[in-house]
Write a protein that binds this ligand. Sequence first.
Ligand SMILES: CC1=C(/C=C/C(C)=C/C=C/C(C)=C/C=O)C(C)(C)CCC1
Ligand SMILES: [Fe+2]
Length: 524
Amino acid sequence: GCEVCLQNTHLTSCYVATFFLKKGEIPKWLQGTLIRNGPGMHKIGDTVYNHWFDGMALLHSFTFKDGEIFYRSKYLRSDTYRSNMEANRIVVSEFGTMAYPDPCKNIFAKAFSYLSHTIPDFTDNCLINIIRCGEDLYASTETNYIRKIDLETLETNEKVDYRKYVALNLATSHPHYDTNGNTYNMGTSIGDKGKTKYQIIKIPQSKPGDKEHACFTNCEVICSIPSRSLLRPSYFHSFGMTENYIVFIEQPFKLDILKLATAYFRGVNWASCLGWYPNDKTYIHLIDRETKKILSTKYYTDALVVYHHVNAYEEDGHVIFDIVAYNDNSLYDMFYLKILKLDDAAFEKQGKTFSSPSCRRFVIPLQHDKNVELGTNIVTLENTTASALKEKDGYVYCKPEILFEGIELPRINYDYNGKKYRYIYASKVQWRPVPTKIIKCDILTKTCYEWREDHCWPAEPVFVRAPEAKEEDDGVLLSSIVSSDPKTSSFLLVLDAKTFKELGRASVTADIHLDLHGLFIPEK
Ligand SMILES: CC1=C(/C=C/C(C)=C/C=C/C(C)=C/C=O)C(C)(C)CCC1
Ligand SMILES: [Fe+2]
């Protein structure tokens, strides 16, 4: 293991391994590849990144074939990776680390040339997720770049720049998909004619005979939402989508564009351009997918920070959405490597506490009687304590119901995305950001199943539906488990999603890295 970032830094080339130790049974119907992404290298030459989200993207995959599992891992060959390797030091800036490409040249001359561009050229170190656009898979981060990858070999292909097709400087790593194969994503357009706006885009499915990148050339802006503040658009990591609406949360965790434009010059990292405004409101925007318009009612809630939407759906004239939210912005600070490295005692002593995530349900009434008195709760749905109080001037103050405490990296059976659903699969976090358990939460009964084992750090659990699934939880849950004990190896865990019983596991000879997100691609 690596003393800097708690994981191996030696996987510089393709690592292919067959699992050597299998316990239990992997269902024969499970055919396909789980492909995942996350930071894997935090030291290059003598230089070290500051933040866990800075590490060079390391792809890995678990291929299931007739009850056997094959493992493969490979660093994403981004332009960033190549430049860093060639220089044998960090030369491209990442979220938490500012880098200067050429130390021999005058830093100020460099800074001025960056300033003249306002928005600097961001990294293509796509370390967060794997997304599907058309027929192709891409590694993604939150800048304007995504990198096409090969599912089978994990090789890196071309770089796609969203800006060539739509006005987007940042885009999320958590798109949505519909059953026709279209992809929906959201991002931020900065400084285009002085107008900062959020954009919802639709990347259409591929059709036979399509040209290369047809899905991007045919990409369509569904809706533009003006930012409340031109110089401080809200930061966002994901969004929600129901059958008829898109849910966008404009939170008081904001990106300062002037700070961003001068960060090189000032020698500070991108992370320092994010600001938390606890006295501001959090605005909830609902966008009608049919009319492409934002609903005029001004729904809002108290200041919060959200990264992951869990799911959203409509019921009896309400939009219901579940998110994992925090009371402040401490999460990104917790992932500085100097904090992650601390042992429990030192962690406690450094004073900063980690705002614990909670899964919150918001219930938004789409219509209400115009004559109801101010202060009335206009939620008419039963079985929820979430409320929406009518206020003057078209404002509605929404108060969530807390569904579950201490969960992150939520996943669902994606067949139920946008629909009424019952189960959330997630990682359970206690008072440190590294998860120690996998959990299944039943929203209906408010009960949970948990899986844990000593020295095990489980990754985000991915649900895969069984072939003839009848119920929402008919399927398996896949999670790669990193062992924090050097004597035991890492493994892939297969749980029965219904009972949460272990079906099987397969240990790998290679070190598995702690990752972020991924996708299961069924065998065609
Ligand atoms: C490089 C870069 C960014 C990168 C953000 C990243 C890499 C965020 C990762 C978030 C994760 C992994 C959250 C998990 O919950 C910004 C700030 C968007 C804008 C400036 C340039
Ligand atoms: Fe995420």
